[in-house]
Each structure stands twice: as C-alpha cells, then as structure tokens.
Design a protein around this ligand. Structure first.
Ligand SMILES: [Zn+2]
Length: 264
C-alpha cells in the first residue's frame, strides 16, 4: 500500500515524546506518508504546530478543544484557535463535539464549546473534526442548523451502527474508521454498518496511541498504537466491505485530500 493518510493520530501524547522520529520513520516505511495530528486543547494544538513545522507536508494538524476539556474553553480560546488555524498546516477545527459517556465537562459547557468551534469552522472555511460519544441526538441537532455553512467534516472514530451512519451521511459528513473495526467483541455494530459507507465518504485513522488493533499478529509490548498500523486497519476495512485493499487505500487517500485540502 502506498500513500496512506492517517487522519487522526494524537502525536502530542507524551507516550511519543521519546521516539517520535522513529514512529514517523516506521509510518513512512509502512506507506503512511501523511498524518493529521489531532489537537484536543489549545496546548496540544500549539505542540502540534511545532511538529508540523519539523515535518512540513508530512504532518498536518487540527486545532480545537475536545469535549473533555470544554470546561477550559473561555473567551480567549476562540482567538487562540483562530490564530493557529491561519497556519496552512492546520487543516481542520477540532476535535470538537459532545461526550456524554465520560461527562468530564458539564454538558452545557460542552455545548457552548462545540457551538463556538462550529462557528469558527464556518468563518474560516475549514472542515470540522468531530467527536461524539453517547450524545448522538444532541450532536446531530447541533450540527443540523450549521451544516450548510460548513465546508465539511468527519465523524472521527465512528463506532456506531446503520442508523447513526445514515444520520451522519445525511449531514454530509465523512466517516472515520479506526482499529475499532478489528475488535471481535465491540466492533460488531460497526462491521455491520461498514458495507453501507459510501466509498467516497470513507476515511481511515489510527487514533494512536489509543485503540491498538486487537488482532495484530505481533503486538508491541507497550500496547501503544501508532500510525504504522494504519495499513492493517485498511486491510480489515477492505475485508469488511468486500472490496480490494488497493481500492480502499486509494479512495481513503483521495477523500482525505479532498476534505482537508491536501495536495494530490
Ligand atoms: Zn475522539
């Protein structure tokens, strides 16, 4: 496989501090030529900026505030994100959304932070990188009024079934699939929905260092996921959709280039 794009990797996570260069070398050797670093707070987005400067045209990033950190979203946050997003290496606003599974931030603050970031994305004509857990109905309700003003978005780490998929496709969203698809136990709903994802809306991501594919032949002792495993996810997605691996690789790369405005 050639030229895969990992659209979601948390490379500013401290587990990558000591060997980021090796991680990127392994990714490149495995055909993962471009990676979009997920920003989850202003601080992590600033850290991501430094990485994109060190590896231009290989690393890109999102700038945003994860719903877990929504309580930290204050009057300075939109301005800080806006400043970051003027850098062409920043290709999306997020990750942003709603997470009622953990509820680390109060729900009204999650809504406020989410709506502010949707507004920012529409102003800046950048797509949104979206997170949703146990909040489907309210998430869709927040997106519906702004959807025509957004240039696009991805429901990152999609783990839902057909009903959720249909709602996201109706909103015009792309669907980000992770190594969750490799999980025999938890991934069954996703695997059932997989053949219904249109080829021109599919994206792949590792969500590294999280979500190490459970069915890797040799698992790293650290249990840390990394972008080099993206090809494994592509293989599982291809098998689940009943399509050739190369077809999934080519489609997901073209989709990422289109949504995030990357060079072809
Ligand atoms: Zn997420």
């Amino acid at each position: 496989m050639r030229d895969l794009i990992d659209i979601g990797a948390n490379l500013t996570h401290d587990s990558f501090d000591h060997d980021c260069a090796d991680v990127l070398a392994r990714a490149a050797a495995a055909g993962v030529t471009r990676i979009i670093i997920t920003g989850t707070s202003v601080t992590s987005s600033v850290q991501a900026a430094a990485l994109t400067e060190a590896y231009p045209q290989r690393l890109f990033a999102t700038a945003g505030v994860h719903p877990h950190h929504a309580a930290d979203f204050d009057e300075h946050t939109s301005q800080a994100l806006h400043a970051l997003l003027t850098n062409p290496a920043f290709v999306a606003v997020g990750e942003c959304g709603l997470d009622f599974f953990r509820d680390y931030s109060p729900r009204p603050l999650q809504h406020a932070a989410f709506e502010a970031q949707l507004e920012l994305a529409s102003q800046l004509h950048k797509p949104v990188f979206l997170h949703q857990r146990d909040a489907h109905d309210e998430f869709v309700a927040a997106l519906r009024p702004v959807r025509t003003r957004l240039v696009g978005g991805v429901a990152h780490c999609f783990t839902g079934g057909r009903a959720e998929l249909t709602a996201y496709l109706d909103l015009g969203l792309y669907i980000g699939v992770t190594g969750w698809v490799c999980d025999e136990r938890r991934g069954s709903e996703l695997r059932a929905a997989l053949p219904s994802i249109p080829l021109d809306r599919l994206l792949v991501e590792t969500d590294a260092p999280y979500l190490l594919p459970r069915d890797l032949a040799t698992k790293p002792a650290t249990r840390r996921n990394e972008p080099a495993y993206l090809g494994h996810i592509v293989e599982r997605v291809a098998a689940g959709m009943g399509k050739p691996i190369e077809m999934i690789a080519e489609a997901t790369t073209a989709n990422a280039e289109r949504l995030f405005g990357l060079a072809r």
